[in-house]
Design a protein around this ligand. Structure first.
Ligand code: PLP
Length: 632
């Protein structure tokens, strides 16, 4: 566990058990060992057709843990409740979950369900997000906020106004000044009194990747001058009482509570000024930014870690708002936050399998002696070979590498000229590999091929270099004897993971035992936010299977409460506008013409059947389809 820093990034949910597997404490507290959920047991169960009612799922697999999600929400709420009590704060906290972090139906429904007793709401940034948030919140607390962010057109604003008409506590947050006229016009037309908020562009700037949209030149929000114009216009049309919320968001992964307090103080000053100018302010919405300790270092020097915990975060916010409001004699506002990452990251784990590893190929010199090779070399190449041999005798390793490279290049040139046979070229490759292998004994990094698409499942690694904890989920009682990078199934050279938490360029891994029928399973943790929402269909690898797992009493200590296979080839093709049915028809006709004029019906029905049931990762299954066709 210390090798992979599980205690650092995994506490209090993940740890290594006495069998050497990663197990989950879904409620975040120590439980009896038999109540912990062993991830390997989940893999075994859900991939076994017998225990899944005939539907064994394929990896990769997203394991959702609703108990963890509930615990994250409750922990955030109680951190703020405690801070409100400690600082004698005269109002309360009620957060919203930004659905863009994970729009999965069951995630959003669970957030609303688990948070309803403490008025937890949702944030939407587009029309579809607003629609789903509206429908989910119908089952939530009537006081829960529905915060409408993002760029808005007339349809978006009309929908948000309708949400108020339906009794939802919906706030339209202006991100651009131009949205105000539309809000005024449409609310008059629909005779609905809106609740309006403004997103302020703060001067406080969060440096680093996640803060690139903050500061005065940031992409989002209204400047001080624009906010003043909004106040004047609302006053002019008799709607200043509708202005009730001030929002800001200085970026994700805020590294320290000092920076957080700085931003919150600045926003609280604006809030107090808006009160002075006559707006009926009620809520300060501090946006997202509550960070996750992906590498377990609890350090603000690392972009993927933060130096505070939930309690320290909540305390810094409540203290800062209280301080400013008390000095200005302003009633304490309701505090809202839009934490996404901090709520959903832990609740889902991506599990995948290493299907092979590139093992060093012993050079095939034995099939023809070295002398046979040497005889075929040009004079220069032969001299290099001689120098290589003498340098090896003198143990001058760097010199060996130079002569080996030179020899190889000469042989390539000779091959291109047609004076060297392919067997000789292979022998030179083997010789050079042998030399570098013998000399660079410290570089035994292998490539482990994993059944995964990084573009689909870990897009932030590819797009912004974000690192997540990735570790084997079993065999952790054994010392790993190899180091490896992970290469995915796409045919893209970017489809590999060669950077890991702790600044490592390879991961300690175990030997594969595939020949014994044992899989080697790895997990990517803390990826519950953004990864599913952003992932694409590069190479038309659609997406993993998904299961929900809850703790329960019983032999396994868990129950699979929901199971969804990944999309079929047909599903994925449809997302890119193809029509699988028509494609099958074309292929069926072709099969009739070319393959089995004798018995076309038999082929056509087998082809049709296989297409819809093909799981997405079987890029190779497409070949299977052709095989099936040609084999008749
Ligand atoms: N609110 C807004 C306006 C955002 O842009 C974001 C993300 O960038 C969030 C909330 C969620 O932030 P986080 O995931 O850091 O909590």
């Amino acid at each position: 566990s210390s090798l992979y820093r599980v205690d650092g990034w995994g506490a209090p949910y993940f740890s290594v058990n006495s069998s050497g597997s990663v197990s989950v404490r879904p409620h975040g507290i120590s439980t009896l060992p038999h109540q912990e959920i062993d991830l390997l047991k989940i893999v075994k169960k859900v991939t076994d057709p017998e225990s899944m009612g005939g539907l064994g799922l394929q990896l990769p697999l997203i394991v959702r843990l609703p108990d963890v999600l509930r615990n994250r929400l409750e922990s955030l709420q109680s951190a703020f409740d405690r801070a409100v009590e400690v600082y004698d704060y005269d109002s309360h906290y009620q957060g919203v979950f930004p659905v863009k972090c994970n729009q999965d139906r069951f995630v959003v429904e669970d957030v609303v369900k688990f948070g309803s007793s403490f008025r937890f709401g949702l944030e939407a940034g587009s029309k579809p997000e607003l629609l789903l948030a509206m429908s989910c919140l119908c089952k939530g607390s009537p006081d829960a906020l529905l915060v409408c962010n993002g760029f808005k057109d007339a349809e978006y604003i009309s929908l948000a106004l309708m949400a108020r008409k339906l009794g939802l506590n919906c706030v339209i947050v202006l991100e651009q000044e131009e949205e105000l006229d539309l809000v005024i016009k449409l609310s008059r037309k629909l005779s609905i009194r809106p609740v309006i908020g403004v997103r302020a562009k703060l001067r406080t700037k969060h440096s680093g990747h996640f803060g690139s949209t903050s500061g005065e030149k940031g992409k989002f929000g209204l400047t001080t001058t624009q906010i003043l114009r909004v106040v004047r216009e609302l006053e002019l049309v008799g709607m200043l009482d509708c202005f009730q919320l001030l929002h800001f968001h200085i970026g994700s992964q805020i590294p320290t509570t000092d920076l957080l307090a700085d931003g919150v103080c600045e926003a609280a000053q604006i809030y107090c000024e808006l009160v002075r100018l006559g707006a009926h302010m009620r809520v300060i919405d501090i946006g997202g930014g509550l960070g996750i300790d992906y590498d377990g270092t609890k350090s603000s020097d690392s972009e993927i870690s933060v130096s505070y915990n939930l309690e320290e975060y909540a305390a810094a916010v409540v203290r800062a708002i209280r301080y400013v409001c008390d000095r200005r004699s302003v009633k304490h506002p309701v505090i809202c936050s839009e934490s996404g990452r901090a709520i959903v990251s832990h609740h889902s784990i991506l599990l995948f399998e290493a299907v092979s590893s590139s093992v060093y190929d012993a050079p095939a010199l034995s099939s023809f002696g070295l002398q046979y090779l040497v005889d075929s070399l040009s004079e220069d190449a032969r001299a290099d070979y001689g120098n290589l041999a003498s340098a090896a005798g003198r143990e001058e390793y760097e010199t060996c590498l130079i002569f080996a490279d030179r020899l190889k290049q000469r042989c390539i040139d000779q091959f291109k000229e047609g004076t060297l046979a392919i067997e000789h070229l292979a022998a030179v490759d083997g010789l050079c590999d042998l030399v570098s292998k013998a000399i660079r004994v410290s570089d035994p990094v292998r490539t482990y091929h994993v059944n995964l698409s990084i573009f689909t499942s870990i897009p932030d690694f590819w797009g912004i270099g974000q690192l997540f904890p990735i570790i084997p989920i079993h065999r952790l009682e054994q010392k790993p004897t190899a180091r490896g990078i992970l290469s995915d199934l796409t045919c893209d050279s970017d489809g590999k993971i060669d950077k890991f938490i702790g600044g490592e360029s390879s991961l300690p891994l175990h030997e594969l035992e595939g020949h014994n029928g044992n899989g080697y399973y790895l997990g990517m943790f803390l990826g519950g936010a953004y990864e599913e929402a952003i992932g694409g269909v590069h190479n038309l690898f659609g997406g993993p299977s998904v299961v929900s797992v809850s703790q329960c009493d019983g032999p396994h200590s868990f129950a699979v409460t929901r199971a969804m296979p990944g999309p079929s080839c047909g599903d994925v093709l449809r997302t890119m506008g193809h029509e699988p049915e028509m494609m099958m028809e074309t292929l069926r006709q072709r099969a009739e013409e070319y393959v089995c004029g004798q018995n076309p019906g038999a082929v056509a029905s087998r082809v049709g059947m296989s297409f819809n049931s093909m799981p997405y990762l079987a890029g190779m299954s497409s070949c299977g389809l052709i095989n099936l066709m040609t084999s008749g």
